[in-house]
Design a protein. Structure first.
Ligand code: CA
Ligand code: CA
Length: 333
């Protein structure tokens, strides 16, 4: 997870930039450390049982370059899985746009919105705010691990960080365009994991419930790539990411403290569900949602509000075996 931070109007912090670097090279002091306090949130299920969710309250300590401004906004962001990205980058934008219904004209309670950046459909990031994989790569290189590129040629040191600016670095840029291309291409072609037990009875029952509950209204099973994909062997592919790539209002409980003109606070990109069931095997946990507050699929569903509330309520009122089947299906994707 990374922690983005900025002023209320979206401008970067004078002393700390756009993202907290909680680690640094030798002889440079890291900016700060993240601290998390958890508040219990009880949810009464339809069968009378209780689930205790955990709401995170984020803060920072060990600030190395002065106090944070009083209007600072903290935006924690869990790192996404990085397979299937070439398929998503080459998605048929017309298909996504056809699903958008920002003013809910068909009155089904679902009003997904397409995000555009410089005329290109946003597909990546928790807010669908990034259109091209390469843009995500160079932004992560400079902010997450401190590697400069032609796009971000300067070292990631603010004017308040003299030790950082004076430190030895690997050139400007440290990673040239050919290596950025190679890294981007590598990420584009990381393959999608196959499903593990698509024919199991529980998974089949869960699949039916996924439709019945309305999950598929946003977590759309199928997408397609365009005919003129780059490179061409990604063309005309059908793939099953379980997302519409639109942003949806998920309610106040998941609201982000960011300012609305940068990213709409309550809106989040429909998270792709493919590979979700493998997160525990890869990471040793299955912390879901943008700030990792949900421990597993059931908790993630129970955090859904806004457009996701009717589906969440169907899940809450379902009996235990139905809930288990739905979770089994999602974990099989
Ligand atoms: Ca920083
Ligand atoms: Ca609608």
């Amino acid at each position: 997870m990374v922690l983005r931070w900025h002023h209320a109007d979206g401008t970067p912090l004078h002393a700390y930039g756009r993202q907290m670097q909680d680690q640094a090279i030798a002889n440079v002091t890291p900016e700060a450390k993240l601290v998390v306090r958890w508040e219990p949130v009880e949810v009464r299920m339809g069968d009378g049982s209780t689930v205790v969710l955990k709401r995170p309250v984020f803060g920072v300590d060990r600030l190395a370059y002065g106090e944070l401004p009083s209007d600072v906004r903290l935006a924690p962001r869990v790192a996404p899985a990085v397979f299937g990205l070439g398929l998503i980058e080459n998605v048929d934008a017309a298909m996504v746009v056809a699903w958008a219904d920002p003013s809910d004209r068909n009155s089904d309670g679902i009003s997904g919105r397409a995000i555009w950046t410089n005329g290109n459909l946003g597909k990546f990031g928790w807010k669908s705010q990034v259109a091209a994989l390469r843009g995500q790569v160079v932004a992560a290189a400079i902010e997450d691990i401190g590697i400069s590129t032609d796009e971000f040629p300067r070292q990631n040191c603010t004017s308040a960080q003299a030790g950082c600016a004076a430190a030895t670095h690997g050139g400007e840029p440290e990673m040239g365009p050919r290596d950025v291309d190679r890294l981007t291409r590598y990420l584009a072609f990381l393959g999608v994991p196959p499903r593990r037990s698509p024919t199991s009875a529980a998974v089949a029952r869960g699949s039916a419930l996924f439709g019945d509950f309305g999950c598929a209204a946003c977590h759309r099973p199928m997408l397609r790539t365009v005919a003129d994909a780059q490179p061409d062997w990604l063309a005309n592919q059908t793939f099953f990411a379980y997302t519409d790539l639109l942003v949806h209002d998920l309610g106040a409980a998941l609201s982000d403290p960011q300012m609305s003109h940068i990213e709409y606070a309550r809106e989040w990109r429909t998270a792709p569900l493919w590979g979700l069931g493998l997160i525990r095997a890869v990471n040793g946990h299955q912390q879901l949602l943008h700030d990792g507050r949900a421990d597993g699929v059931a908790e993630a569903i129970l955090w859904h509000g806004g457009e996701g509330l009717p589906a969440r309520e169907k899940f809450r009122w379902a009996n235990q075996s139905e809930r288990d089947d739905l979770v089994a299906f999602v974990n099989d994707l």
